[in-house]
Design a protein around this ligand. Sequence first.
Ligand code: IPM
Ligand code: MN
Length: 346
Amino acid sequence: SRSINLAVVPGDGIGQEVVAQGLKVLNAVLPQDVKLQTKEYDLGAQRWHRTGETLPDAELDSLKRHDAILLGAIGDPSVPSGVLERGLLLKLRFAFDHFINLRPSKLFPNTATPLAGRPDIDFVVVREGTEGPYTGNGGSIRTGTEHEVATEVSLNTAYGVERVVRDAYERAKARPRKKLTLVHKNNVLVHAGHMWKNIFDKVGQEYPEVTTDYLHVDAATIFFVTQPERFDVIVTDNLFGDILTDLAAAVTGGIGLAASGNINPTGAFPSMFEPVHGSAPDIAGQGKADPTATILSVALLLRHLGFETEAGRIEAAVSADLAERDGGTVRTTDEIGDALAVRVAG
Ligand code: IPM
Ligand code: MN
């Protein structure tokens, strides 16, 4: 019989609340014969305050043995900026070689966004997840003085670029419109930018059915707002992808709906699914967080593990739920989770 051995990392702030709803919907959608086993990991700000640890090796080893990881949010104002982000979230992405950071954007019905009512916004950003300026390459000298010099080196390998570009072509090929846009800044970042473009063109020769396009990242931000329907699949580097996907979320359903998957398609390590939003300490513990982004991340998780039908049921439930959402009534985190759990079960 089928089974899922899931690691759960609720993390900080609203992470706890939204993950609880994600698990509620996961339990509701899975058929009886699928055995779901979960193990919760106490990682994040509280752990750091208590023990000074972000992600001990023993926990990393243990996480490695799961089929997938569901993560809520990491980060808290009481911890110096970067400690948990680098020491926990990015450490997981790097240790498990999550080179595909998959971030779909779809304009759901009835959402309050600048683009409400615009048809056909349905694109996916394939963000590189293990390289770029995220590797921690760089440093500072004469720190804190008037003469400080700081560098943050963007690392790009042909190996790393080719594997994410190839994955993006595969995804584009599988979609009806079969269009792939490379976003970079090769008019200024000539070293990495030209390597990306050359590899993009070379791999493209193997995918004659895929239409390609190139945009500088600044121009891409204009089109995200004025003409988002032009996008199908976008492939880009780690930092551009980070920025573009917040923008994508804001102009489509809002950050409360944006899901993501940190994927290692080889299966060598567990992939990790999380909402794009952060820990939102300003609203934590108040039942105000929208758990939909986490619930849609559960759909990505299920699709990754081969549960396509169940993933589709969650996405359809979210669409139906949003279509019927009454702008006048504000539902709690729990109420939205309950409503979606009922829909996927029914
Ligand atoms: C995200 C976040 C992270 C990132 C931070 C918290 C390290 O902004 O998942 O988009 O920059 O990747
Ligand atoms: Mn981000």
